[in-house]
Write a protein that binds this ligand. Structure first.
Ligand SMILES: Cc1cc2nc3c(=O)[nH]c(=O)nc-3n(C[C@H](O)[C@H](O)[C@H](O)COP(=O)(O)OP(=O)(O)OC[C@H]3O[C@@H](n4cnc5c(N)ncnc54)[C@H](O)[C@@H]3O)c2cc1C
Length: 549
C-alpha cells in the first residue's frame, strides 16, 4: 500500500535547472527534500537549451554592462535592484555548477585558438559583450545531467517521477484564520491515479513555462503552465503574462514540432524567404528592418508572422544553400544531423521554419529570492516573475535566473526554517476529494479543448495582437473554461486533465493581461495601441484571483 500522506522539510515541484538547484542547496543545508516531477526527471525546458548561460566572467566585461543590456532589453519594465542582484550572483552560480561536475567549453578546446585561455564565450542578440557560457551546443542537456546526477547522489533528496502537482495547500484555502501559510501540496501519482498529500514547511514551485499554450512552440509537452496556474489558484498575484517571447525560427516539420534552428544560421548569412502567389520564394526582411534578416528576434518573428498571415502559407524558409556542405556540417553539427535525419539537406534546400512560443517572461510574483505573498511558498525559474526580464528577456538570462533565484530561495528557507515550521498553523489537512466518474470520451474532450486553445491563442493572442482578436479569444476561453471546470470536478483526475485545466487558466491570464495593457511594449504588440506609453514605465500587469468574500 502506498503512503497517502508524506512529510518532508521542503517539497520542490519540478526537476529543471531551478528545481534541482534548489533541492541540492536545501539538502546541503541539512533539510529533507522531495523533488516531485510530472514525467521523467529529464522532461524539462532546461534540457533543450542550446545557447548557454549569460554571466560576466571576462575581464573586458562588467556587471554594469550586463545590467545595462538587461534593462535595455526589458523596455523600461525590469526591476533594477533585482537585475543587479541576479547578474552579480552569476559567477557564483557558474562555479557551483562546475563543482557538481559541469564542464563549460574553454577557448583552447574549439580548434583555431590552441593556446587561448578562459571560457569560450558566445555573443548573442542584445549583449554588448561576449558573455554566454556554453557546453558545446547542448548546454541545457549537460546542466540537466549534472544536476540530476548530483541529486541522485544526495541522500537527503527523494525523487518522485510521474507525480503531478495538482494544487498548493494553503491555510487560507482551508479557511484557517491568521497569516496565509503554504502547508504542502496535493500530488497525483500518474501511475496509480491516486492523489497523495505532501506536507512540508516550505514549497518551491519550479514548474517551468507555458509554451504549450500556443500551437507552435519550442517547448516540450511539460510546459503547460502548471506552476503559474497553481500559484494563481493559491491567490498569488500573476504578473506580466502578456510578454511571451516568440522565437523566429523553429523547424516546421510534421515529425519534429519543436526543434529550434539557431539564430547563428542568420549570423552566417542565411536568408529568410516566403513563397509568393506566383509560387516563387522571395526575401522580405528588408521591408521590416534596416538589418534585414539580422534584425532583433521579436521583429523577425513579427515579420514572419505577418508574411504568413498575408500569404496564407504554412511556413517561411531559411536558405543557407550559399554555404558549402562541409562548412555547414562543421559549424552546425546538431542541426545538420537532425535535418538529415528528416530528409532535409540544408546545403541543397531551404529549411521550412515558423516562429513559435519560446519563453514566458511573466509568472508568479516573487522577489529576488523567490518569495511570494504566501509564507513558505517560493517560486523559481520560468514560473516566476522576479522583475529580471521586464517586457523582453535578454538571451540566455533565463538559465541564469533559474540557478540564482533557486539558490537564494534555498538560503532564505534554511535561514528561516525554524519560523516556517514553528509558526505555521496546525490542524488536520484534508485528503483530496476527487470526482468518481470515469468517462470513455474524456480523452477526446481533453485533446479537442487542448487543440482549440492552442490554435486560437496562436491566431488571436500571438505575435501580432488587436483588440478585436483579443476579445474573440476572451469569448472562446470563457466557454472552454466552464466546460473544463465541470469535467475537472466530476471525473477521475488524470495528468491530461490537470494539464488542460492549467493550460486553459494560463491562456485566460495571458488574454486578460494583454487586454489590460493599452500600449505596445517589448514583446507585447497591439496594433490598436502601436506605441509605448511612458506613463506605463515600470507598471506591471497584475492578475490576482479574488478571495471569496
Ligand atoms: C529550445 C529551448 C532553448 C532554450 N535556450 C536557452 C538558452 O540557451 N539559454 C537560456 O538561458 N535559456 C534558454 N531557454 C529557456 C530555459 O531553458 C528555461 O527558461 C529554463 O530551463 C527554465 O528552467 P525551469 O527549471 O524554470 O523549468 P524547466 O526546466 O522547464 O523545468 C520544469 C519542471 O517542472 C516539471 N513540472 C511542470 N509541471 C509540473 C507539475 N504539475 N507537477 C510536477 N512537476 C511539474 C516539469 O516536468 C519539469 O521537470 C531555452 C528554452 C527552450 C525550450
Amino acid at each position: 500500500m502506498q503512503k497517502k500522506i508524506l512529510e518532508f522539510d521542503v517539497v520542490v515541484l519540478g526537476s529543471g535547472a531551478a528545481g534541482l538547484s534548489a533541492a541540492l542547496k536545501l539538502a546541503e543545508k541539512g533539510l529533507s527534500v522531495a523533488v516531485v516531477t510530472k514525467r521523467d526527471i529529464f522532461d524539462t525546458n532546461t534540457r533543450y537549451a542550446q545557447g548557454g548561460v549569460a554571466s560576466v566572467t571576462d575581464k573586458d566585461d562588467s556587471f554594469d554592462a550586463h545590467v545595462k543590456d538587461t534593462l535595455t532589453a526589458g523596455d523600461h519594465l525590469c526591476k533594477a535592484d533585482v537585475v543587479r542582484r541576479i547578474v552579480e550572483a552569476g559567477p557564483a552560480a557558474i562555479r557551483s555548477l562546475e563543482k557538481y561536475g559541469l564542464h563549460f567549453t574553454k577557448r583552447g578546446e574549439i580548434g583555431e585558438e590552441k593556446n587561448a585561455s578562459g571560457y569560450d564565450l558566445g555573443k548573442e542578440g542584445g549583449h554588448s559583450a561576449r558573455r554566454v557560457l556554453h557546453s558545446g551546443d547542448i548546454t541545457g542537456e549537460e546542466i540537466e545531467k549534472t544536476l540530476v546526477g548530483a541529486c541522485r547522489r544526495q541522500p537527503r533528496i527523494e525523487i518522485f517521477e510521474n507525480h503531478v502537482a495538482v494544487d498548493i495547500i494553503t491555510s487560507a484555502k482551508l479557511g484557517w484564520m491568521g497569516e496565509d501559510f503554504a502547508l504542502g501540496s496535493y500530488v497525483l501519482d500518474a501511475k496509480s491515479r491516486e492523489v497523495r498529500t505532501f506536507v512540508s514547511a516550505a514549497t518551491v514551485v519550479a514548474c517551468g513555462g507555458a509554451g504549450k499554450a500556443y500551437l507552435y512552440s519550442s517547448n516540450p509537452d511539460v510546459a503547460s503552465g502548471d506552476g503559474i496556474a497553481m500559484c494563481y489558484r493559491a491567490h498569488v498575484p500573476i504578473l506580466n503574462m502578456e510578454f511571451f517571447q516568440f522565437h523566429p525560427t523553429i523547424l516546421h516539420h510534421p515529425k519534429e514540432k519543436s526543434f529550434l534552428i539557431s539564430e547563428a544560421l542568420r549570423g552566417e548569412g542565411a536568408r529568410l524567404l516566403v513563397r509568393g502567389a506566383d509560387g516563387r520564394l522571395r526575401e522580405f526582411m528588408e521591408n521590416y528592418h534596416h538589418l534585414g534578416a539580422l534584425a532583433p528576434r521579436d521583429i523577425v518573428a513579427r515579420a514572419i508572422d505577418n508574411e504568413l498571415k498575408r500569404s496564407g502559407q504554412e511556413s517561411a524558409f531559411l536558405d543557407i544553400t550559399g554555404k558549402s556542405r562541409d562548412f555547414l556540417r562543421r559549424r552546425f553539427p546538431g542541426i545538420f544531423a537532425k535535418l538529415m535525419s528528416l530528409g532535409i539537406d540544408m546545403s541543397k534546400e531551404p529549411i521550412p521554419v515558423v516562429p513559435a512560443a519560446h519563453y514566458c517572461c511573466g509568472g508568479a510574483q516573487t522577489d529576488y529570492a523567490g518569495r511570494t505573498s504566501i509564507r513558505g511558498l517560493y517560486v523559481a525559474g520560468e514560473s516566476a516573475c522576479t522583475g529580471l526580464h521586464g517586457a523582453n528577456r535578454l538571451a540566455s538570462n533565463s538559465l541564469l535566473e533559474a540557478l540564482v533565484v533557486a539558490k537564494f530561495a534555498a538560503e532564505h528557507i534554511s535561514a528561516n526554517f525554524k519560523g516556517l515550521r514553528g509558526e505555521r498553523p496546525s490542524g488536520r489537512i484534508p485528503l483530496w476529494r476527487s470526482g468518481n466518474a470515469t468517462n470513455s470520451d474524456e480523452l477526446v474532450v481533453v485533446s479537442h479543448n487542448w487543440e482549440e486553445i492552442r490554435k486560437f491563442m496562436w491566431d488571436y493572442v500571438g505575435i501580432f495582437r488587436t483588440n478585436k482578436r483579443l476579445e474573440r479569444a476572451k469569448n472562446r476561453i470563457k466557454n472552454i473554461r466552464k466546460e473544463i471546470e465541470k469535467y475537472y470536478w466530476d471525473f477521475h483526475l488524470t495528468r491530461d486533465l490537470v494539464e488542460l485545466r492549467n493550460l486553459s487558466s494560463v491562456a485566460e491570464i495571458i488574454v486578460d493581461s494583454s487586454l489590460g495593457r493599452k500600449e505596445s511594449r517589448g514583446l507585447h504588440y497591439n496594433a490598436d495601441y502601436p506605441d509605448r506609453d511612458p506613463d506605463m514605465d515600470g507598471v506591471d500587469s497584475v492578475i490576482k484571483k479574488p478571495y471569496r468574500s
